[in-house]
Design a protein around this ligand. Structure first.
Ligand SMILES: *Cc1c(COP(=O)(O)O)cnc(C)c1O
Length: 402
């Protein structure tokens, strides 16, 4: 796990900054807590017994390593480069989010904190957090917008089954952005006893660094699996980007492989006008949201814009600061896939490979097929299949039968 900022590595962050992105835009009351968290993380990530505990959890509780799978029928349908899938859909609870929550629960235990809070949008991060807390006997309270509670009632029930308390947030648009604000407010008053598990590579330093480091297991495994099974590195790595944690996790171990192109895929929603999509790296401007500086979808007055995507996990107006930096450096490129194309990819992967992808991951599949069709057959395209689609079948039925 590389977290230190070696001056020899131009792609290593410095003191919580990724170039001019990141940082810490928070009220005074949180500064000491974030400092303490940064120190605890620095120590933990260099402590072999912490790393061994984390590895054991990844094996015995998450089910790692997840395989990489060839996708011959999908590849043939796309026509061109070979598509290979990194199967985070096979991780416990059905997505990559569990890698982060187990890691942060271990960190909280090490810091002597036994109450955990989290924000959640669709409920996937809430379920992953509640799962890890159940295993460690920790108190778990999850903030969720009232609108999301209504739309995702099954995940609310799941969290309660796992022993968590779900707080409905009635502020603002009553969605993820408001739930995140509420969780931060809780933390300001409870930081002595409580650890806040952020669900993506967003928020103030050190969260983007912690979450990316914990998720980098995806890329470390996939890189080695490509070498073992194909005798080479992939030519392209493709991942969907909501907050950016599954993409950062698979990209990071390839950063210093200059011949591996990195492609992040944002939610194109229903069109390019403000409010129709959730694509801050494609359409946003640098700004501050939830404690760090990155690309944000905002209007001329700096008000955060409404966002739309068919997939709840991508429906966020901001993005992790490290992605903003990779975009600026040209190390990764970012494009968008709209609802329609994502839904088609959802059906195509189901029919051709027998895998129901999450609607989030379907954006990456659609982009990978588009890319494959322009590349020669001897190129290898690794796609992060960030989660499984069982959670989305009702939504997909509604959309596909329209
Ligand atoms: C939450 C989620 C995402 C989006 O979050 P990132 O932090 O961008 O990875 C993507 N895929 C799945 C399956 C998710 O649950």
């Amino acid at each position: 796990m590389s977290t230190s900022s070696s001056p020899a590595d131009p792609l290593a962050p410095q003191d919580g900054w990724f170039g001019s992105f990141g940082g810490r835009y928070v009220p005074e009351t949180l500064v000491a807590a974030l400092d303490a968290l940064a120190v605890a993380w620095e120590q933990a990530s260099q402590d072999q017994s912490f790393l061994d505990d984390f590895d054991r959890l990844l094996v015995h509780s998450v089910g790692r390593p997840t395989p990489i799978s060839r996708a011959p029928r999908l590849t043939e349908a796309a026509g061109g480069g070979e598509i290979v899938l990194k199967r985070e859909d096979l991780a416990h609870t059905g997505a990559h989010k569990i890698n982060n929550t187990f890691g942060q629960v271990l960190l909280a235990r090490r810091m002597g904190k036994h109450r955990i809070i989290a924000e959640t949008g669709a409920g996937q991060h809430g379920v992953a957090t509640a799962t890890a807390c159940a295993q460690f006997g920790m108190t778990c309270e999850v903030y969720m917008g009232a609108e999301d509670v209504r739309r995702q009632s099954l995940n609310v029930f799941r969290m309660r089954l796992l022993g968590a308390t779900v707080h409905e947030v009635e502020d603002g648009s009553r969605t993820l952005k408001d739930a995140t604000n509420a969780a931060m407010r809780d933390w300001m008053g409870s930081v002595e006893s409580t650890h806040y598990i952020l669900g993506s590579v967003v928020g103030p330093h050190p969260f983007p660094l912690i979450v990316r480091s914990l998720q980098s297991v995806i890329g470390r495994e996939a890189r080695q699996q490509c070498i073992d099974q194909f005798g080479r590195l992939p030519d392209h790595v493709v991942a969907c980007v909501g907050g950016g944690s599954n993409a950062a996790g698979i990209f990071h171990p390839f950063l210093n492989d200059p011949n591996v192109a990195l492609l992040g895929v944002e939610a194109g929603g229903q069109g390019d006008k403000p409010g129709q999509h959730a694509a801050p790296l494609c359409f946003g401007q640098p700004g501050v949201l939830h404690g760090s500086r990155s690309y944000v979808l905002q209007d001329q007055d700096g008000q955060t814009q409404d966002v739309h995507s068919c997939s709840a996990g991508l429906d966020y107006p901001g993005v992790g600061p490290e992605h903003a930096w990779w975009k600026e450096l040209g190390r990764a490129t970012y494009e968008r896939v709209d609802d329609q194309a994502a839904l088609e990819a959802f059906s195509v992967l189901s029919k051709l490979e027998g895998i129901l992808p999450a609607l989030e991951s379907s954006h990456a599949i659609a982009a990978a097929m588009r890319l494959a069709s322009t590349r020669p057959k001897d190129e290898l395209i690794l796609v992060n299949l960030s989660g499984r689609g069982d959670k989305d079948v009702l939504e997909a039925r509604t959309l596909l039968e329209q």
